[in-house]
Design a protein around this ligand. Structure first.
Ligand SMILES: [Zn+2]
Length: 76
């Protein structure tokens, strides 16, 4: 068996656990980065009837909800 000091053992344990957490964090963060979409906020509409979020880049003032078909006015 390899003999090492207790302080060295604790130090190695801490270093490896921190490296492990960093790798897990980076993996989770890179997965999130792929899924992220950045639609322009002015194209994002929320239906006032069914609270459904959708994107409509063609209309500025009035938009029709694709889910329930009601008209929505852009609130400034
Ligand atoms: Zn709706």
């Amino acid at each position: 068996m390899i003999k090492i000091e207790i302080s060295l053992a604790v130090c190695l344990y801490l270093v490896f656990s921190v490296i492990g957490f960093l790798i897990i964090w980076l993996l989770i963060d890179s997965k999130k980065g792929v899924k992220k979409i950045h639609p322009e906020e002015k194209f994002v509409w929320q239906c006032s009837i069914c609270t459904f979020f959708y994107i409509d880049s063609q209309n500025d003032e009035l938009s029709i909800c694709p889910r329930c078909g009601s008209y929505n006015r852009k609130s400034a």
